[in-house]
Write a protein that binds this ligand. Structure first.
Ligand code: SAH
Length: 223
């Protein structure tokens, strides 16, 4: 026996999980998921990261507007970027462009330590509140221009750009661990491509994966 309000809460949770699983199923129709990435996506409720007026679209595969003219990435994009990082067995990841915090929350289910940087203070405050509400304690976040990286916690096993740079600053390759991988939606001549970089000793090699559409990396901070 349980009280009616407890029962309703349980039902609500089940309904929510069903919607999340449906979203993940739609992602899998387009992009086969590794079990690790799949279970990370299933354990983060995207609704919490979406603005109130778009809650009804929280489990669609669309990118959605958030404050400060920014976007929460499509969950399909988050799934792809996470998987392209080849995250199995990694310890730390640095994200540039925290935004709503959804991508960082997904990474937090796979990596032991997540570092994320956001250049718009108000967005970062909201993302931090969401991490607290979800009891996520392994995300460290910083208000800064992420193109400088985060030297205090370097080297990182993986680095992910969640906004599009025109080039990768050398300092980020310096902060990437030997054998590490950096994934970024690089914009050249108006065309964005998800590009994966491998660091081996002093050598950086790269490969282009697919075209994409991200907001641009912007320099400096915004209060
Ligand atoms: N990962 C986010 C995607 C947000 S969109 C999510 O899951 O919702 C990209 C974000 O990158 C925006 O919030 C934008 O403000 C931020 N950004 C752009 N240039 C940046 C920079 N130089 N340093 C840090 N963040 C940056």
């Amino acid at each position: 026996m349980m009280t009616r309000s407890k029962f309703m809460k349980k039902l609500d949770k089940q309904r929510q999980q069903h919607l999340i699983n449906e979203m993940v199923r739609k992602i899998e129709e387009k992009f086969p998921l590794d079990p690790l990435v799949k279970s990370a996506l299933e354990s983060v409720d995207r609704e919490i990261f979406v603005s109130d007026i778009f809650k009804h679209l929280a489990y669609s595969l669309d990118a959605l507007p958030i404050d400060s003219e920014q976007w929460i990435s499509s969950p399909l994009t988050v799934a792809k970027m996470t998987q392209y990082l080849e995250p199995q067995g990694c310890d730390s990841v640095l994200e540039i462009g925290c935004g709503s915090g959804y991508q960082a929350a997904v990474l937090s289910k796979i990596f032991r330590r997540v570092f994320t940087i956001e250049r718009i203070d108000s967005l970062l405050q909201e993302a931090r509140a969401r991490f607290r509400a979800l009891d996520i304690t392994n995300i460290n976040s910083k208000f800064d221009d992420g193109t400088r990286g985060w030297s205090a916690f370097a080297p990182f096993d993986r680095i992910l750009f969640s906004a599009a740079p025109t080039h990768i600053p050398d300092v980020l390759f310096e902060q990437l661990a030997d054998g590490g991988i950096l994934v970024a939606p690089v914009e050249e001549y108006g065309l964005q491509t998800i590009t994966r970089y491998y660091k081996c000793g002093n050598q950086i090699t790269s490969e282009v994966i697919e075209t994409c559409h991200f907001v641009p990396v912007v320099e400096g901070k915004e209060y």
